[in-house]
Design a protein around this ligand. Sequence first.
Ligand code: ZN
Length: 168
Amino acid sequence: MMQCPHCGHGKHQVIDTRDRGETVRRRRKCLDCEQRFTTYEHIAPSLLVSKRDGHREPFDSQKLLAGIRIASVKRPVSSERMQSIANYVEDQIQRLGRAEVTSEMIGNLVLDQLADVDQVAYIRFASVYLDFNDLSEVRSEVDRLMGRSELNGDANGRFEPPQRTSAS
Ligand SMILES: [Zn+2]
């Protein structure tokens, strides 16, 4: 929460708002010490997300968080963790400085984070975001994830793909 620079109080009143394109300047009055101060809010230019089918829509951080939340239902992923993943992903894509990103890029960033947090949430998110067509695709994603955990756990750093058993 924004605090009064004079006394640290958290409640203030907006007395004037000036929209300057990418910046909004607001004059505020502290409800405690009644001194005035100015804040600037920077509005990120709207970022478009292109879907696989070519459809575009504005980036929506709430939607991103909702996707992470759905994947993490009944899993040991705290809401703080979900929020921090969403924040991290949004930060990463904003840093690219592009006007448009693909839903796949966003999905992969989320997956990189979820892989270190919870494997079930990872697979759930992957199955929605990567738009799996059938179970064999889910299976190959599971194999990729298993390979990743073996990679993480392998002391000599060599990547060994998971062994496939013939009985299945
Ligand atoms: Zn104050």
